[in-house]
Design a protein around this ligand. Sequence first.
Ligand SMILES: *[C@@H]1O[C@H](CO)[C@@H](O)[C@H](O)[C@H]1NC(C)=O
Ligand SMILES: *[C@@H]1O[C@H](CO)[C@@H](O)[C@H](O)[C@H]1NC(C)=O
Ligand SMILES: *[C@@H]1O[C@H](CO)[C@@H](O)[C@H](O)[C@H]1NC(C)=O
Ligand SMILES: *[C@@H]1O[C@H](CO)[C@@H](O)[C@H](O)[C@H]1NC(C)=O
Ligand SMILES: *[C@@H]1O[C@H](CO)[C@@H](O)[C@H](O)[C@H]1NC(C)=O
Length: 652
Amino acid sequence: MKNFAKLIFICLVISSEAHKIDQTIGEFIIDVTSSMYMRSSFTAFFCIDTTDAIIFSRQISRRQVMHEIIHDLKNINLTNLLTKISSQSFFILDFDCPNVEEFLLQMDLNEMFIAPNKWLILQNLENFPDKNLTLTINTEDFKRYFEALQVYPDSEVTVGQRIDENFINIISMYRPGPSGNIILEDRGFWSDLEGLQISDKNPTSRRRQDLQGTHLKSCLVMTDLDTLNHLSDYKDKQIDAVTKANYIWVQHLVNRMNATIDFTWRNTWGYQDKNGTWGGMIGLLDRGEIDIGGTATFLISSRIGVVDYVQLYTPVGSRFVFRRPPLSYVTNLFTLPFEQSVWIAIGILLIVVSILLSLTMRWEWARIMESPSKYHLGGELESKPTASDNFLILLGAVAQQGFEYLPRTISSRIIIIMLLIAAFSLYASYTANIVALLQSTSDSINTIEDLMNSGLKVATYDIVYNRYYFGSFEDPVRKEFSQKLIANKSSAWLTLEEGVARLRQGLFAFHMDTSAGYDLVQKTFEEDEKCGLSEIDMLNVLNPMLVIKHQSPYSEIIRVGALWVQETGLTGHDVPRLFSKMPKCSGQTSFVNVGMTECRAAMLTIVYGMIASVGLFFMEILWHKCSRNDEIDEEVMEASEESPDPEIQSLE
Ligand SMILES: *[C@@H]1O[C@H](CO)[C@@H](O)[C@H](O)[C@H]1NC(C)=O
Ligand SMILES: *[C@@H]1O[C@H](CO)[C@@H](O)[C@H](O)[C@H]1NC(C)=O
Ligand SMILES: *[C@@H]1O[C@H](CO)[C@@H](O)[C@H](O)[C@H]1NC(C)=O
Ligand SMILES: *[C@@H]1O[C@H](CO)[C@@H](O)[C@H](O)[C@H]1NC(C)=O
Ligand SMILES: *[C@@H]1O[C@H](CO)[C@@H](O)[C@H](O)[C@H]1NC(C)=O
């Protein structure tokens, strides 16, 4: 009897603690799953008995929603629970269960309230004494429990308060920042007849963009401390233009969020050292000391996961800039006017003409010898035509220099006329073409490989990120380029002023921050020197982007805000004021100087010819000596059979 009473007592205790999870709640959960949270499964923390759990489970299963019910809030297997976090799942908690406070703290320690996790908390207020409920009265509990938890604007914590048998009030709550109070949003209601009625269907990041004066921290990257004095006056735009632009944009962003911000500064964006720790601004973000990186950074793969990138691009880049070299610098100009096939055709023509010419000249000679008077042969006797006569005629015709030969028969005249006309038209087109080619610049340098093989001098703007990038290339071509031409050479690291000055002199490629560099180019170059500038991308990175703390509670609000800053034209307003584009070429007016570079091929031909002629000269002397020796001294000749080298012999 005593035992029986005890049993009843225990049953009463359990049933008074347990929240009624009935058909109505089941319907409500199904509606939330499908139309509010758009998820396909959930994990529920209920304290109901097995029979009720089975009934509930059956009801949910009938609607094809996967679920799991966990009874014991005290001994949660966290490893198990963490595997359940997915974009397809959410969590449900019965707020009337015992040990809820402990449970919430434990969940908070494991960051279970931050995105993408979603929560639905059920509270039963059916027995609440005052039926005329207002938000303030029935949420005191939440305020107390959630006050210290990380329920920030990206959290999705929705509360379903059952006020009536068939009526559930829906609110959601968050804190705008670590020091902010709980803010409650009235989301609507659910009722048996009307289903889910959500008043504000905007996504969370839209509804919660007012952070109510939450204090954010940020960091600026400055390579020159004077930047502090010119953050928003658009002055000195060669220095830290990215910092200045982003400072203004972050201010817009923060104003839109109704937050406040203060900035610290570092002199580098931050790279990973050998210990694996990050320095500079990235280090501050990594350690959670700041919320927003105030200065845009390049997207580097090793930074992904350490910080989050936001698509607020700053339109600057670092590239190799050079003035396109004259065509003659890259190739032999003198072969360019004709295509290869034309050159071959000219060669064939000359061979054919020289064969025909030698035939007709021989024949002509024979005719003249037969009757010299008929061909008005003068007093002096002409010599018999030889191959070198033939060659001189061809050369004279092709080079437009004339020749001595006088054709006397019809056949030789026909051949000479053909030769002259062909040579004339070829000469005309050749000279016309070469003048145009002398003035043109080469566009054959388009890749890093071209640049490496072009023989142009290269140098780099000496700034932190270039030091990093030029030491960390992975792919063989750029690595070789960097090691061969840049990394170890102190002469390859210049200031912007030096680099741009050398750029102006030509035959030089300078790797610079294009915006700052072009600003200087615009100021220092003559008008016609601005023509023919060319760029090659070496770093191969996206434009720098804004970075924020990894898994920041404001990430969605900042992302939307960043788009807003761009779409409203706030970035468009500052970009032309801070970033210079490649100067426009307003017509090439200057004369082209033809110098040694342009005539290099011709000069080389002359030099080689001279060397060859001197060589021939000595060979002639040798040959002459040998042949004379042969005649004079036959004994030496005999002796030379022992020593195979006649030259050594003759020198003796
Ligand atoms: C939690 O669950 C996992 C796998 O289900 C198991 O390996 C582990 O031992 C459990 N941990 C505790 C504390 O029960
Ligand atoms: C309920 O509250 C409203 C205003 O908050 C008041 O006007 C109304 O009289 C109250 N009703 C009852 C029954 O207390
Ligand atoms: C901004 O936040 C303050 C609280 O710091 C608040 O009083 C004010 O109404 C908010 N402004 C707007 C426009 O929401
Ligand atoms: C690396 O870590 C060790 C010990 O933690 C420290 O003494 C050293 O200064 C660190 N080196 C760098 C480059 O941070
Ligand atoms: C350049 O420096 C790297 C290491 O910094 C070294 O491995 C390489 O041999 C050096 N190259 C030359 C040409 O000195």
